[in-house]
Design a protein around this ligand. Sequence first.
Ligand code: UDP
Length: 327
Amino acid sequence: MKVLVTGGAGYIGGVVAARLLEEGHEVTVLDDLSTGHRDAVPEGCAFIEGDIRHHAAEALAGGADAVLHFAAKSIVPESMAHPELYWGGNTGASLALLEAVRAAGVPRFVFSSTAAVYGEPEQVPITEDAPVRPTNPYGASKAAIDAALAEHARMHGLGAVSLRYFNVAGAHGSLGERHTTETHLIPIVLQVARGERDHVAVHGTDYPTPDGSCVRDYIHVTDLADAHLLALGACVPGRHRVYNLGNGAGFSVREVVEVCREVTGHPVPAVTGPRRPGDPAVLVAAADRAHTELGWRPRRSALRDIVADAWAFHSAPATGSAPGGAR
Ligand code: UDP
């Protein structure tokens, strides 16, 4: 297929672009490089530098069989401080992209949604039928697009899939997570192990969880990428389908730190700090629907393997401008 990948210079978009190429698809990446890296775009992809609001029509001018839409802001604390960036950059820009998709007659759309749409769940593990009640603007900005996709499917015949990611981590070979300002737990802990930080702060120890710290469901980026390839094949005209992507196992912040200590052999000092605004206590996926309908089978679901792959990426020697996301 001819596929447009927005945000393909980012962590997850870059891995999915690489997997699409491996499967023989023709890939164009559209990315404004606001948080992504030009060298994370896999060799073999066409690349357009620009934002989705203004450059989607140009990127779709040659026709496309599908759009995979990753370009977004994805940091919960930033969304609490600057909700307008999320309503504009995520919701507004995605609506503009959907208009361009409709105008160009693109039949398939796969969207990076998030577990953050569920907010504080009533039942864990969370199924796709759980109420959508985000506790932060990040989740709200994504939930709005899930809703818009349902209508674009119903009214305009789009074949759409929303993939609700739980906590993505790990690396796909030389493609890994590297943000200028890191906020995610596993990369931060690995920075401590590398000696780039003194300690990790555990944000909140008074949650209603076994050890008081937040519980999340960690999923390997390669497994997540595989689900996108399956979703692409599952886009049916006129239908919008939602799938949770997680492993169904919850790990507390303290447990994650402990696994990172074991994998890296570094003591990783941890200090306790206040809660981070907007954080739900527990997010763990029921991904049965992705298993039965998409035939998705995660292959690296053990947290130890996920951390080990992230550690291999983070401890690889810096190679400057090497392709594929090497640092
Ligand atoms: N967290 C933490 N210390 C950090 C970074 C994150 O305690 O330095 C916690 C955070 O509050 C949340 C969990 O780790 O409970 C996962 O956060 P992350 O930002 O990795 O992903 P999110 O769940 O927000 O998408």
